[in-house]
Design a protein around this ligand. Sequence first.
Ligand code: FES
Length: 64
Amino acid sequence: MEDSKVNVKINKGGPLLVLNTVTITHADGREEVKENRASFCRCGLSENMPFCDGAHKASDFEKG
Ligand code: FES
């Protein structure tokens, strides 16, 4: 039986991690599959939205 539970982890001062395989449907309709985990930007500074590219590390983003 497949486990349908999806775990989401919020990294303090960093991205939101979805710990499962996910399909992302972009605004233009393009679909992208991330296997096992996906890291989404919460700080607004990524050059690779909606994904985290590590830019938060050089910022003062500290939201919980
Ligand atoms: S949370 Fe990492 S670049 Fe925004």
